[in-house]
Design a protein around this ligand. Sequence first.
Ligand code: FES
Length: 89
Amino acid sequence: MRFSPRPKRWDNIETLEETDTICWCIGVDKATIVQAINEGAATLSEIKSATGACTGDECAQKNPNKRCCSKEIKALIARYGSPKENGYV
Ligand code: FES
């Protein structure tokens, strides 16, 4: 018996690869967003300015989650940003 692989969960930042796309409208991958966070971007607005992610308007057509990528970007900030910058300290 063969099992087919599970479909990728595009809304789970923990299982996405570095090269996986986060913002489908602009074409920004996970590694680019994490790099921006590592370079000091601590808010969605700063990620937008640094990478162009979350500035598109075709999310329903291009994003497999059928919505804007802001939720995944905020999750990446929470996961990879410093606790102080995220207001947790
Ligand atoms: S998926 Fe990022 S702006 Fe549409």
